[in-house]
Design a protein around this ligand. Structure first.
Ligand SMILES: O=C(CO)[C@@H](O)[C@H](O)COP(=O)(O)O
Ligand SMILES: [Fe+2]
Length: 225
């Protein structure tokens, strides 16, 4: 199966939270493809962010782009269902945060969303091979989860190649997303290692000209192929 078209997913963790609707509209107008929505519970990770009410508010505000909900919560299932009702498009969770990985994935898909698993930098991909028929996205963390603005952990490049091989062997259109420390100056190597979906928080929202930053990222990604 041919590699999927690259998608840029700005993380709203670094957006102007007091003007979130406007900032999300701006970044979409600047060329972003999906909105990465980081959900932290101060339990699975040592930080606290957004719940389903904010996702629903973005939909009510008029955001129609796909919303990519990254759950950093434990347990997973009830919140996943609440985000499905709130208008999420993708819902990904960390496998160690649920007792029944297969059941949690299936429940997200039954609720009409695309489902995915997220792997921390030092978490092996072991369980992935058993659920390749039930995932629409594999998200590799290239920082330890909990905060924006951290540096990319280089070992994520080898892990991307490992995940890419598993996905290609599955023959299914599974997205391979990378999250953490993605910048203009490393995105080419990240794309070459196999990623097709690129989360970037501080690298986009920390710049004045979102369109120029996203265009520069796309140009670097194109050089990788
Ligand atoms: O999930 C997380 C952090 O836990 C990420 O989505 C960050 O929000 C990415 O931020 P940058 O590293 O791109 O600034
Ligand atoms: Fe994230």
């Amino acid at each position: 199966m041919a590699k999927l078209a690259p998608l840029i997913a700005p993380s709203i963790l670094s957006a102007d939270l007091a003007r979130l609707g406007e900032d999300v509209e701006r970044v979409l107008a600047a060329g972003a493809d999906l909105i990465h929505f980081d959900v932290m519970d101060n339990h699975y990770v040592p930080n606290l962010t957004f719940g389903p009410a904010l996702c629903e508010a973005l939909r009510r505000y008029g955001i129609t782009a796909p919303i990519d909900v990254h759950l950093m919560v434990e347990p997973v299932d009830a919140l996943a269902q609440a985000f499905a009702r709130a208008g999420a498009s993708y819902i990904t969770f960390h496998p160690e945060a649920t007792r029944h990985i297969d059941r949690s994935l299936q429940a997200i898909r039954d609720a009409g969303c695309k489902a995915g698993l997220v792997f921390n930098p030092a978490t092996p991909l072991d369980c992935l091979k058993y659920v390749l028929d039930k995932v629409d996205m594999v998200l590799l963390m290239s920082v330890n989860p909990g905060f924006g603005g951290q540096s990319f952990i280089p070992s994520a490049l080898d892990k991307l190649a490992e995940a890419r091989a598993l996905i290609d062997a599955s023959g299914r259109p599974i997205r391979l997303e990378i999250d953490g420390g993605v910048k203009i100056d490393n995105i080419r190597a990240i794309a070459a290692a196999g990623a097709d979906t690129f989360v970037a928080g501080s690298a986009i929202f920390g710049t004045r000209d979102y369109a120029a930053t996203i265009a520069a990222m796309r140009a670097e990604i194109a050089k990788a192929s």
